[in-house]
Design a protein around this ligand. Structure first.
Ligand code: CU
Length: 298
């Protein structure tokens, strides 16, 4: 995904976890029997021009388990909620305004900020390359209508699917996660430096001022953060050495204070964590501003 300009589009979509299910209820508590409820399971199939969501479209607030299956190439899905008074047509128009020029214009940056102010992003999934599926969970924390969007070319290219979430009625199981990656306000990644090569991780957006997403990109052993940033800045036809290897997977954009889980299987090795969400002042993807961290998958 890092070689496409549309990568930026991925950004603008999605996520969740604030009100993540609190785990198993205490035995003997008066609420024990009522507390643990089953987790809705959605299986999403995408091509670049279609999205189908199999599973329930109406359920109570809380965690939702998601599997994304790409029928062709790399696919992304995002979950978001529009705030009152801001319509899907508004979001579509604002995204289009931001992505209409290669170099963001002042009007485009205003449009991007309108999206971020009026849309809560609950995360999502990017199948990456070299495999057809990725899975995990997002948290849709309260009652309302949520949109599931095919984020391959950004919102607007394919009609969204609506989920009707009713009020929370109980706890759901929190998936077992073996590492946590955090995005922070300084536009950097923090958290575990060793992640599973096959397994489930948690991604949290702890920043207070911007959505972020997590792209895991396999790189050659020994690659430094600076080399990755230099390669990203020089672009596909750049003169420097290419540090990238096959193997990617990721989340979609996650709003401030939200979290999600991501379950994947990738070749073991050295990886760059990268975020391409556009800066709200300049439109520059965060990775080019240094939001790159080297980690190891074992
Ligand atoms: Cu970011």
């Amino acid at each position: 995904m890092i070689h496409r300009t549309s990568t930026l589009a991925v950004a603008a979509a999605a996520t969740a976890g604030l009100l993540a299910a609190g785990g198993a209820p205490a035995l003997g508590s008066p609420h024990a029997r009522a507390a643990l409820i089953s987790t809705p399971k959605l299986v999403i199939h995408e091509t670049s021009s279609t999205i189908t969501v199999k599973g329930p479209h109406r359920f109570s607030a809380g965690r939702v388990s998601v599997t994304l299956i790409a029928h062709k190439g790399e696919q992304e899905v995002g979950f978001f909620r529009l705030h009152k008074g801001y319509t899907y047509a508004d979001a579509k128009r604002d995204f289009a305004a931001f992505f209409s020029s290669q170099t963001p214009t002042p009007a485009g940056i205003k449009a991007l900020n309108r999206v971020v102010r009026h849309v809560t992003l609950y995360g999502g999934f990017d199948t990456g390359t070299g495999h057809k599926t990725v899975s995990g969970s997002v948290v849709l924390p309260r009652a309302g209508t949520y949109l599931v969007i095919n984020d391959d070319q950004g919102p607007g290219s394919v009609p969204p699917v609506r989920l009707h979430v009713t009020k929370r009625v109980g706890n759901r199981v929190t998936p077992t996660s073996s590492a946590t990656v955090k995005a922070i306000t300084a536009k950097r990644f923090r958290g575990a430096t060793t992640l599973p090569a096959a397994g489930t991780i948690t991604f949290k957006n702890e920043s207070t001022n911007s959505p972020h997403f997590l792209a895991l990109q396999h790189v050659k052993a020994g690659t430094t953060r600076k080399q990755v940033i230099a390669a990203l800045n020089s672009g596909p036809g750049g003169s420097g050495p290419n540090p990238f290897e096959n193997g990617t997977a990721g989340t979609d954009a996650l709003g401030m204070g939200q979290s999600q889980t991501l379950t994947y299987k990738l070749p073991a090795g050295t990886y760059a964590e990268m975020c391409f969400f556009p800066d709200l002042q300049t439109g520059m993807p965060h990775a080019l501003m240094g939001m790159v961290r080297i980690v190891h998958l074992r």
